[in-house]
Design a protein around this ligand. Structure first.
Ligand code: M6R
Length: 614
């Protein structure tokens, strides 16, 4: 949902800012812009509709000199994606330029007040209101930029990460955040500013994560200064980044999505590293051990998440209920936060999020916290907002996920949830030692089994071509494979723009069966572990109505393979672990259909990687 980047130091800002925008483009890509203060004290703002490459093209013959600047890549909320609505926005006098990620909810009231004070507006954005407000406050009170930002933000309702620069002030950038992420990189006599650490890692591994309602002033050659909107001084807490640059590049793959699909043997090993022992007979999850009593005494667990993370949550429910015998409810964060849910102080709320920034999940966390529940986060991005707002948790360690369609983050979430379910079950005595050992041992073999599945990539690419004609797909699965069907359908929808629905296989006869004809491809997960015979009957029902069947089966399967038009085999494993294998061919299938259709796989239309608005 918009990416922001800033630089102040001794180098030329333009190339650093453009590279930063390219790293952040996954957050939004409908327009981009840059503001640079040059050595003549001109504040140059350039904006273009489209991608960062369109901005680069537009700026080609312009003055890009300057050692201070801010830049933005947009995912439109208020106002269509066009050049006028692109950021940075100028204030009326063109003395201030501002970039913003988030939503100013009370912009209409603020705008009215500014109009009454003689301000006029060029764009339809909420952001322009903020820059005008800062200017109005600054000029009316004759105060510094930092103070004006502070007073303006005090009047703002909503979410923001902002950065502002001022003509005549080549030595400072003022930035602030509430609800949207912001991180500052500390170099030698230089500062970097960004929505996440990916634009920073190339230059420094020292970062400061800006806290809620904090304002940071980046002063050339001076120390970082942080204050809260309420005017309390804060000491910057410098952290070391663990990320590497190679994790942020395609490494020879045509898209980040396929790179990330192929990374899964490694990312799952990383998720298990230090948690499943080398002998494959023991799990240690620090997040569980530190809060053992809470988990053992929990009467109920609520899982809250969005999108793919919600699907992982459903698999987590099946595993926790099976092994730990604790009732689990899985909630869409966007519903949970608004529907007055019953939350008890002895509930455990597990928030799952790849980005750790999803606005609805963050709000669900805040709500549950205010009711006294214990909040446990399962997140991928280290230092992001959700893990900083939970009582405890586990990182998934999947590494940076750049493709908008989540792949490796999903399997890492399922891995962590499975480990958690098993640890609770083992400690409670609801999972017997024999089963525990069998599953841990199988879990440790999953990365190798994924490598085997990935060998079928070319064949999947070949038969995916057959289905580019399709307007609709149905995905079916039962038990642990039902959430996998939902996830497979979501992958196809978001990157290939083909409508797809996931269903529990047995629900088909209650309605969706009416859709089956020879035009309708149906993807069925029919592995031997988990209600196999029942799924076979469901497949017979589709076959009888001439539907095209693409099946995911266990190696050696004959029955379903004979009924299917196309079959992908996966190695046998424990039922609870099948999602970790069955998800892989579905990711590949969606990817290849999208590629053949010529879709922008890594940056699908209308989507953004991290949804930091409601
Ligand atoms: O960062 P989060 O896991 O909180 O994101 C949740 C969803 O926005 C995300 O999973 C989305 O559905 C993906 N595009 C799915 O591929």
């Amino acid at each position: 949902m918009c990416g922001i980047v800033g630089y102040i130091g001794n180098r030329q800002a333009y190339p650093i800012l453009i590279k930063g925008l390219q790293r952040l483009e996954y957050r939004g890509y409908d327009s981009a812009g840059i503001a640079l203060l040059n050595s003549n004290n001109d504040l140059n703002v350039y904006k273009a509709k489209g991608k960062v490459s369109d901005l680069v093209h537009f700026v080609q013959s312009k003055d890009t000199e300057g050692t201070i600047g801010i830049a933005h890549t947009r995912w439109a909320t208020h106002g269509e994606p066009n050049q006028v609505n692109a950021h940075p926005h100028f204030s009326q006098s063109e003395e201030l330029a501002l970039i913003h990620n988030g939503i100013i909810e009370n912009y209409a009231v603020l705008k009215q007040g500014l109009i009454e004070n003689g301000y006029s507006f060029l764009s339809e954005t909420d952001t322009e209101v903020l820059v005008q407000l800062i200017e109005f406050i600054k000029k009316s009170n004759n105060i510094s930029l930092t103070k004006a930002v502070q007073l303006a933000l005090d009047q703002v309702v909503g979410a923001y990460a902002i950065a502002v620069i001022e003509k005549g002030q080549p030595d400072i950038i003022v930035a602030a955040r509430k609800g949207s992420p912001l991180v500052v990189g500390i170099g030698e006599d230089e500062f970097f500013l960004a929505s996440d650490a990916t634009p920073i890692i190339e230059y420094t591994n020292k970062v400061v994560y800006i806290g809620e309602e904090e304002i940071v002033t980046l002063r050339r050659g001076k120390e970082l200064r942080i204050k809260t909107i309420g005017n309390v001084e804060k000491t910057p807490e410098v952290k070391k980044l663990e990320m590497t640059i190679s994790q942020l590049e395609k490494g020879g793959y045509p898209h980040f999505m396929i790179k990330e699909i192929f990374e899964q043997p490694k990312t799952l090993s990383d998720s298990m590293r230090g948690r499943v022992n080398v002998e494959g007979d023991h799990i240690t999850l620090a997040g569980f051990i530190d809060n053992k009593e809470k988990f053992l005494n929990a009467k109920r667990i609520i899982i809250t998440a969005c999108g793919t993370s919600w699907h992982a949550g459903l698999i987590g429910k099946y595993a926790i209920e099976e092994f730990a015998r604790i009732p689990v409810e899985v909630e869409y964060s966007s519903e949970f936060r608004y529907r007055k849910p019953v939350i008890h102080p002895d509930d455990i709320v597990i928030a799952i999020s790849q980005s750790g920034e999803t606005a609805d999940t963050l709000a669900a966390v805040e709500l549950a916290k205010s009711k006294g529940a214990f909040i446990f986060g399962i997140c991928n991005v280290v230092g992001s907002s959700i893990p900083r707002n939970t009582h405890s948790g586990c990182y998934t360690h999947a590494g940076p996920e750049i493709g908008v369609a989540s792949t490796k983050a999903f399997t890492a979430q399922v891995t962590v949830l499975t480990m958690l379910a098993m640890m609770i079950g083992k400690e409670k005595g609801t999972l017997n030692n024999e089963n525990y050992l069998k599953i841990v041992s199988e879990l440790s073999k999953i990365p190798e089994k994924i490598k085997e599945i990935l060998k079928q990539n070319d064949r999947i690419a070949e038969f995916a071509k057959t289905f580019t004609y399709a307007q609709n797909f149905i995905y079916l699965g039962r038990g642990y494979n039902f959430p996998v069907a939902l996830e497979g359908a979501l992958k196809l929808k978001e990157i290939s723009y083909i409508h797809a629905e996931g269903y529990p296989a047995a629900e088909m006869k209650h309605g969706p069966i009416a859709l089956i004809s020879q035009e309708m491809p149906v993807v069925v997960i029919a592995t031997s572990a988990g209600m196999y015979e029942k799924v076979v009957s469901n497949i017979q029902e589709i076959k009888a109505r001439k539907g095209k069947i693409i099946s995911i089966v266990t190696e050696g399967d004959v029955v379903v393979s004979n009924l299917s038009d196309y079959t992908i085999s996966i190695p046998d494993t424990e039922e609870c672990l099948v999602p970790l294998l069955a998800a892989i061919p579905l990711q590949l299938f969606a990817y290849h259909i999208a590629v053949v259709k010529g879709c922008n796989v890594d940056q699908p239309r209308n989507l953004a990687k991290s949804v930091t608005v409601e």
